[in-house]
Design a protein around this ligand. Sequence first.
Ligand SMILES: NC(=O)C1=CN([C@@H]2O[C@H](COP(=O)(O)OP(=O)(O)OC[C@H]3O[C@@H](n4cnc5c(N)ncnc54)[C@H](O)[C@@H]3O)[C@@H](O)[C@H]2O)C=CC1
Ligand SMILES: O=C(O)C(=O)COP(=O)(O)O
Length: 529
Amino acid sequence: MPKVLVSDRIDQSGIDILSQVAQVDVKTGLSPEELIRIIPDYDALMIRSGTRVTAEMIAAGKQLKIIGRAGVGVDNVDVPNATRQGILVVNSPEGNTIAAAEHALAMMLSLSRYIPIANQSVKEGKWERSKFLGVEVYKKTLGVVGLGKIGSHVAAVARAMGMQVLAYDPFLSAERAEQLGVHLVDLDLLLRESDYITLHLPKTAETYHLINAEAIAKMRPTARLINCARGGIIDEAALAEALKAERIAGAALDVYEEEPLGESALRELGRNVILTPHLGASTEEAQVNVAIDVAEQIRDVLLGLPARSAVNIPGLRPEILEKLRPYMQLSETLGYLVSQLAGGRVETFNIRLQGELANNESQPVVVAALKGLLSHALQERVNYVNASIEAKERGIRVTEVRDPNSRDYAGSVQMTAVGSQGEHTVTGALLGEEEIRITNIDGFPINVPPSRHMLFTLHRDVPGIIGNIGSLLGDFNVNIASMQVGRKIVRGDAVMVLSLDDPLPENVLPEITKVAGIRDAYTITLPAS
Ligand SMILES: NC(=O)C1=CN([C@@H]2O[C@H](COP(=O)(O)OP(=O)(O)OC[C@H]3O[C@@H](n4cnc5c(N)ncnc54)[C@H](O)[C@@H]3O)[C@@H](O)[C@H]2O)C=CC1
Ligand SMILES: O=C(O)C(=O)COP(=O)(O)O
């Protein structure tokens, strides 16, 4: 039974799902050293923001197949290293959207009406009505930085409260902003015009300290800043200084550059600052949503099924994946085959996706081809997660062509491997829904199903040659399961494809190449299906 480590607090509904297929160990609060010590035992890891999945931890996770983040942000996971090691990373892109948006809105209203500090004052036995004179959000301007799922919900609710909404999001179309009733502006204008600024973008190298001293200097003295996205997007020292000097009116933070928040100037600030301990996703509903969403994906992957929200391979709708699956099998087989025909190092790999595969959703077919191409050398070290990166790191130049024409089949795949020992091209298609056929080798039309052990020859199309090969194999006690010849012109060059019941003994290939008329011969072994 596979083993899953759950290293942050996850709702029981997720544990129940995982327990259907795996041994589940819940161990929260482990130190990085303890995690590195125990991770080699596990096939899957389920986390929230509390666990840092470092390069060292990934290297130690020799059995790891999948890391499931029960939430959105994967900035605590070293995704490039996971990818290189072939570990799938999945998250729950929508499970906590509403929770995070509502937390940001709660922060906005709490800042406006001093709710946390007023509450504290009453509990201390005081009755300070005039001290907490607030402001309304009605008719004020809200600037949303990052108008994705959370930002859009915040914008919609803010509009319903009578606010004007500006947004900055360089990856969003003007049409989408218009649909949401939001004015898309540049960051500079947003910072200058907004009464409230709320951040809903990921932490990346580009967004690190996006809100620094210079950005804060552009804000109105009445501006209130809210961060329920990620620590590190704001320069906390610059913010603390601006708040202390009352250059802006307030800030509400849920996330910090270092979590848990240690000693910080932010803690020393007064009523204009609200700090919560990363509670954006902490609602009962969101925790059930993300736990189920991610546990189901881990369960599926452990059962050999695809995941719906993979971060490090192209995500696909299940119905599309269902349709592509036989083509991926075809493509992987052809990749495996062409790498053996090409022999040594492959330098260039050209793949042509024809007919119904000539669309933008067929990328997994390319990945499958690369997996096949590299499998012969890398065996089980290569998978759908790391095939593209492995090809790149080996310096293989990959080109893709999409051609809507496919003469005899609904869809077909052609691939050419150019390497140190020459160039070979194979084409394949599906017969019916999923039967794989090799339809062309180096320009010679054939129609053969792949089999575990195969022999390919290039020869002169002259009488007697097929008989000679047949009797030679008979002499070595090799049984032929099927045989086909492909030729372009009569008595020209031809290929012969033989399916064998057993692997060809090593000493037979040199004998075959000695048969008169044989120009080249290759043995091919395909993975057992
Ligand atoms: N405090 C908490 O507990 C939670 C925090 N989050 C965080 O909220 C953030 C947003 O989450 P979602 O809305 O679900 O993500 P999303 O992917 O739907 O939206 C992010 C938006 O940011 C935009 N963006 C990217 N780079 C940008 C840049 N340089 N400037 C401006 N916009 C940029 C993207 O185009 C996208 O529209 C994430 O960082 C996530 O980790 C999410 C859930 C809970
Ligand atoms: O989903 C996210 O990105 C979050 O920040 C939520 O974090 P958490 O799962 O509550 O540790």
